[in-house]
Write a protein that binds this ligand. Sequence first.
Ligand code: HEM
Length: 478
Amino acid sequence: TPPDTLDLDNIQGDILSGLPKKTQSYIFFQIVDVTKFRADLARFVPFVKTVAGVLKDRDLIKEHKKKGHKTLIPLVGVNIAFSHLGFVKLGIDDSSLGGATDPFIIGQFKDSTQNLGDAGTQTTSGLVPNWDPAFVQPLHGVILISGESHETLHKKKLEIECIFGVRTIQPSIFEVTSLRGDVRPGVESGHEHFGFLDGISNPAVTGFDKDPNPGPVPVNPGVIVTGHTGDLDQATRAAWAVDGSFLVFRYLFQQVPEFNDFLQKNPIAFQDLTPEEGSDLLGARLVGRWKSGAPIDLSPFKDDPMLAADPKRNNDFKIEGEINSQFRCPFAAHVRRTNPRNDLEALPPPVGPISVQKNRILRRGVQFGPELTKEEKTTAKTEYGRGLLFACYQTSITNGFQFLQKAWANNPKFPLGQTQPEEPGLDPLIGQGVRSMSGTDPNNEEKVINGMPDFIIPRGGEYFFSPSLKGLRETLAS
Ligand code: HEM
């Protein structure tokens, strides 16, 4: 068989390399004039940054730093993706992207209450998720713009709006809503709003990541990029649907003061920890990592900033020797739930071992909203919306995002096959349903926390497909 090479000039940049960003805008749009849109798209395509383009930008950033510049180099990255409704509107047959029951075809609006566990309200037209009104409307696509500053971003946004005739008498798109995310300031840069370092564990992709850090087994390219080895629908993808990826977007609000208050009120009494250290330990056991990023499987009861900062060690763990134990790390801890490592890969027969290859996702999110105010810290109540513009790529939403949320995070009995008497409970960050979990107290693994507050509230989202440059040029634009 010929080597499975990836054409980095044909794949949109956010997928494999992540658009470099300090700030990022997501413009959600409806197509209002199909003929004009297809013509406008032809003029938009040269704006789209490919993986090869991002790699060039990375070299520029390196060179700029080497020269001793303290300021950021002006850089911008643009990508585009379409929902099933978008392809329908364009009259493009997207049946090779999924059958009638595929989440991409159903759309996240329906999937949210049917499968993801989002809360909803019964109306005359059925169950409607409790989302921001913008996401209750049909969305046809999303344009992503990343940059090093708001100024660069704003300029590019105006240029793009100009291409699609936004604010003229003949626009081809209607902007339903625009969301902007920003990396957090100062020492919190790279940390999500609860304070934990994020973006550490993403799968290395064979044929792209040449020298992956020690950690989980790299995934076949087709787990992330359509039409390649590992894409379960490789044989049936239409030519235009090759070299693309499904982009899952979720608008996730985080209840930060409430989360902090919960930790403060429930410190783990363990060894000689002070109450403050006991609260930090509880936080680490909910996530599976310390705020620094150090995995608790390797450093269970004390933070280890040196371990956290070492890319050769900070993802090199398997939850070893813990198949039937949650002494070091709770079964439900967010990172154990969303990548169960040895819980499945070393599960003894007859149930195991089970590979998690097809369930891996590449995450690309960015924080939104302000830092906590003094008042919010005092009252322990959220006043200003903040959270994560969650985004991830995969070639199957059924096996990727949807599976992680439904079969793992929301499943109180996972991991299956463990023989301890206690029920593991839900992922304490993203789990939806009856929110309880065991294993927070290493002295008493069976102890259950019931009625865990909602720390993360979904307020919108959609499933998109991010096509190749060739697909954009030759099939979508005209
Ligand atoms: C890892 C936070 C939503 C899937 C992590 C980590 C943090 C985190 C702190 C550890 C750092 C790292 O390994 O990169 C959050 C927050 C969320 C959120 C605050 C919402 C506001 C989600 C959702 C999913 C998800 C919705 C998918 C359903 C993952 C995966 C990992 C991860 C796959 C890596 C696990 C591993 O390989 O070890 N998240 N997350 N996260 N999260 Fe989330």
